[in-house]
Structures are given as C-alpha cells and as structure tokens.
Design a protein around this ligand. Structure first.
Ligand code: GDG
Length: 472
C-alpha cells in the first residue's frame, strides 16, 4: 500500500553545492543508510527532513523542494538549518563519538570517555536543541499532512520522538536504530539524565525497530532496567537489506568495469578484500594483524596472496577517528615492511571515497573479511556476494548483525581473536570450489529473498498493529 511518510534522518539523500557557473548542483549522499532509504521513495509518498550540511543546503533550508530519486521517483525534501555551534556539539561531541562509541562498546573505560562540563553542555545545548529543531520541523510537516506516519532514523534523533509526541499524542511514530544496542550496564557510562532521556525518547514511538533479535532483546532489557517499563510490544526485528538488482546492474557499469580492470592489472592469485569506512568499530587494525599472522604461518603463499583494503575516510573532524586512520596506516606499513618483496606488497591500502572501486573489488574477492567489533548489520557482507565472480568466501564477525542471517554460510570469527581470523583466512583459501560456490549461492538467495521491501513492510506492518486504536 502506498502511504504518506515523513522520513527523518540527520543526513539527507542529497546535498547541494554550486557549480563553476554559479548554478545549484546536487550530490547524492553515500553510505548504507541513505542508499537503503532511497528505495522508500519508490513505493511511498515521502517528505524527507534532514540537516542542512553545506552552505547551499542552508540557503534552501526551510523550503519544500521537489526532488527526484535516481530511478526518477519524486519526493519532497526539507532541510533544517540548525544553529552551527549546536550542530557541532550534537554531531561531533554527542552523536559521534559518544553515542556511537557507547553503542559499539568502543571505549577504553579506564581512560575514556570524559563526561565533563563540556559534554554536559554539548548534550543540553547541542543534542537536545538539534533534536528540538527536528521535532519542530516534523510538527510543521504533520500540520500539512496529519495522516502521514513519521519514520525516524538512528542515534542522532533519540529525543525528537518524545518532543513530537507531547504535541501530537495521536501521531504514528516509528524509529529504526541502525546500530547495535548494548546491554544496560554499558548505558550507565552516560549520566542518568542523558541515558534516561534516550530510552524515554525512543519509548515515545509506537514502534522501535532493530536489525536483529540480539539488539532488540538488549533494548527491552535496558528499558526495563533504566526506566522500569516493558518495551516488548513496541519493538520489532527487521533486518535491513540491499537492492539486489541494482548491484547486479551496477557491476556492469562503465565506472565499475574501469575500476575492475585496474584491480585485474596487478591482482595476486588470491585476493582478500575488505571495504569499510575508517571507523574504529570496523576493526581494521586487527584485520591487518590477522593477515600478518596468516602470512607468518604461510610463507608458501607469499607473492601469491594479497589484501586489498578499500577504506572510505570517515568523520575526520573527530579526534578518535583521525587517530584511528593513523593507526590503520601505521599497521599496514608495518606489515608491508615486514613481508614485501620486489613486485609484491601484501597489503594494498587505498583510502578514498570510490564506490565504483568497492563494487569492482566485490566482484574480485576470494575472501571477504568483515571482522567488525560490533556492527548493526553490515551491508558490505550482503552486497559483495551478490556480484562476486570467484566463488569467494565470507569471513564474518559474530558481532555483525549480518551474522544472524548469513552466519551459517560464512566462516564465523571472533573480532578480537586475530589468530582465529588468520585461521579463517587459511580455511577460506583452501576450501574446495564446490563448498565455496554452495555457500555463496546460499547467501545470494537469502539476500534476494529478504530484500529491502521486506524490511520496510515489516516496520510498517508493525506500526499498523501497534498504533493507537484511536487512529484506526
Ligand atoms: C550503518 C551501520 C548498517 C562502499 N564503498 C563506498 C561506499 N560503500 C557503501 C557500501 C555500503 C555502505 O557504503 C556501507 O554500509 P555498512 O552497512 O557496511 O556500514 P555503515 O556505513 O557503518 O552503516 C551498519 C547500515 O548503517 C544500514 O543500516 O548496516 O551496521 O553501521 O552500502 O556499498 N560508500 C561511499 N564510498 C565508498 O567508497 N560513499
């Protein structure tokens, strides 16, 4: 059923700039969330509310813009220009890193985080206030289309649902959390006011969705512990997916074929691939150590195997991220210095935003390494098998949401156990072709069947079941 939706996410599907002749240009956003959400506009009547990021975004903020998605579907876009200082606190102090680090269990607790006066200020004058301006924008959109359902996304917007609910007790609100939900004790890193407001804000929705049962259970548990309430009835598990047809088509595009020729020109016989943002949760440094252990144990594979790490630089305004990028570069350098010989460098580290090259690498992997410390889902694990042409094997962290669906056809690893990851690379590289093909085919079939439409339908069906009877 086609329905009216107000989609709310921090980043929008496009961001505006100015061309050399002064005209307005639109750049389509990347990343897992935006790609997935773009498919919503195909089936529903969408008004999308997001933050104004660039100067040109700010210039058009407050207007209702008529936009079209890549496939030609129309939707409306409203950008919200937040106070600049408030936005910096909200984004660079609270959401990333604090909430992201809490939800991916990334803190080294004896040393960090610092929950000091600066954090308290960033919370109350940044996170709370940006959520309030989002809530005001949603309220105005509901004024125009009162029968629309509101679909919030992710950890930037935990407080907005309560603010909307206070003004509109009958609104239909659904929130999808794209990242892991940790257990209640880990939430106690945050001061009581903040952690209670986060849980209470989410509980103002009719439905809160998670990728896996594991994250959903943790949420039910932490709501019980921290608020004394029962969240069971308003939670749902809905694993996100990808558009399989889109990837198959993309794999034959000129840009991907060009990038693929580059890879083919100097690929070793066996290729271990990883594709990630340079995010500490992705566990890139340990991945290199695991590959080092593999090379140490298998001198016969020197010159025959290589790792291609395609890393999209991410969130470099945040010191933890800038440091992590440095650690990635140092570690790759160290492993290369140790093993390289003329004409062979074990790790090819490429730090660039180059989506076409990522898809080309998806086609070419013999082993795909996804060893995230924690990951809500991990779309790379779903996308790469769809287009792979070498019967490649997926090595998958038990802490990636994707493991709940694909684990039985992947080689499971503990993200902290680098020896275990080295062993998994060895098992993958020596697996017979029949076994490899059967696993890859099974992953493909699962992803094709559990597609993006199923994800949206599950969430909207849950909303219809739970939403206040008064509205029916
Ligand atoms: C969050 C959660 C959850 C690949 N190369 C480039 C590029 N990509 C695309 C991939 C994929 C996306 O980026 C990455 O998605 P992931 O799911 O792997 O990871 P996060 O960005 O951390 O996404 C995650 C997801 O939200 C959806 O709910 O699965 O757990 O952390 O689609 O194809 N994108 C750009 N440049 C590249 O070079 N811009």
């Amino acid at each position: 059923m086609r329905r009216k939706l107000i989609v709310v996410s921090n980043r929008g599907p496009v961001s505006y700039g100015r061309g050399p002749d002064g005209s307005r240009t639109a750049k389509r956003g990347g990343g897992g969330l935006v790609t997935a959400l773009r498919s919503l506009v195909q089936y529903h009547e969408v008004t999308w509310i997001a933050s104004a990021i660039t100067e040109e975004d700010r210039a058009v903020a407050g207007q209702t813009l008529d936009e079209t998605a890549g496939d030609g579907s129309p939707y409306k876009l409203q950008l919200v220009a937040h106070d600049r200082q408030a936005y910096d606190w909200y984004y660079n102090v609270v959401a990333n890193p604090m909430l992201w680090f809490v939800q991916h269990s990334l803190w080294e607790l004896p040393y960090a985080p610092k929950v000091d006066a600066a954090f308290h200020r960033a919370w109350s004058e940044g996170y709370v206030s940006v959520n309030a301006s989002f809530a005001a924008a949603v309220d105005a959109a509901l004024e125009r289309t009162p029968d629309a359902a509101v679909f919030f996304h992710d950890y930037h917007l935990y407080l907005a649902p309560r603010m909307v609910r206070e003004r509109r007790p009958d609104a239909a609100l659904v929130h999808f959390v794209h990242i892991p939900w940790p257990q209640p004790d880990y939430w106690r890193i945050l001061p009581k006011g903040a952690r209670s407001a986060i849980h209470d804000g989410l509980m103002a929705n009719d439905v809160v969705g998670f990728h896996t049962e594991r994250w959903r259970r943790n949420f039910i548990y932490s709501v019980r512990e921290l608020l004394g309430e029962d969240a069971t009835a308003r939670t749902v598990t809905a694993p996100i997916s990808v558009d399989a047809a889109e990837f198959v088509e993309l794999a034959q595009s000129d840009a991907v074929l060009r990038a693929e020729r580059e890879i083919l020109a100097d690929r070793p016989e066996k290729l271990v691939v990883r594709v990630d943002r340079t995010d500490p949760s992705k566990n890139i440094v340990r991945g290199f150590r695991a590959f080092e252990l593999y090379l140490e144990a298998h001198p016969e594979m020197h010159r025959l195997v290589g790792m291609l790490a395609l890393l999209d630089p991410s969130r470099q305004d945040i010191p933890e991220y800038a440091e992590y990028l440095g650690a990635i570069q140092r570690e790759a350098r160290r492993v290369n210095d140790r093993f390289q010989q003329s004409g062979w460098r074990p790790i090819d580290l490429e730090i660039a935003d180059d989506f076409a090259k990522s898809v080309a690498a998806y086609k070419q992997f013999d082993v795909l390494l996804v060893n995230a410390i924690f990951d809500g889902m991990n779309l790379v694990a779903k996308e790469a098998p769809l287009v792979n042409e070498r019967d490649g094997v997926v090595v998958l962290s038990e802490n990636a949401g994707a493991h709940a669906e694909l684990g039985e056809w992947a080689l499971t690893v503990n993200p902290f156990d680098v020896k275990g990851q080295a062993d998994a690379i060895e098992v993958a590289l020596s697996m017979d072709a029949g076994d490899r093909r059967a696993r890859l085919e099974a992953i493909r079939a699962h992803v094709r069947e559990h597609d993006l439409n199923r994800w949206t339908d599950t969430l909207l069906a849950a909303l219809d079941r739970v939403a206040a009877p008064a509205r029916r």
